[in-house]
Design a protein. Structure first.
Length: 76
């Protein structure tokens, strides 16, 4: 399930495709305030800070994910 984060009337959906994720650890090593190892290397999305504080890094981590498994989408 994607996690939705609200900001200025918009909603950011953050989702990890666990079917393509290779459990490389990059996302939770680089951004532990958004991603958490669920115990088997696959990340859970758990946003612990206002998303605007980490948005630029979140975009970079999504781009750097080797299997393009981090899916970001703004709605609203
Ligand atoms: S960076 Fe991508 S491939 Fe690596 S653990 Fe995170 S979602 Fe999975």
């Amino acid at each position: 399930m994607p996690q939705r984060v609200h900001n200025n009337g918009r909603s950011l959906s953050i989702k990890v495709d666990i079917d393509t994720c290779t459990a490389c650890q990059l996302c939770y090593d680089r951004l532990p305030s958004v991603f958490v190892d669920r115990g088997d290397g696959i990340p859970l999305v758990m946003v612990k800070v206002p998303v605007e504080e980490v948005y630029e890094e979140l975009l970079q981590v999504a781009e750097d994910c080797p299997s393009n498994s981090i899916i970001l989408a703004w709605t609203g």
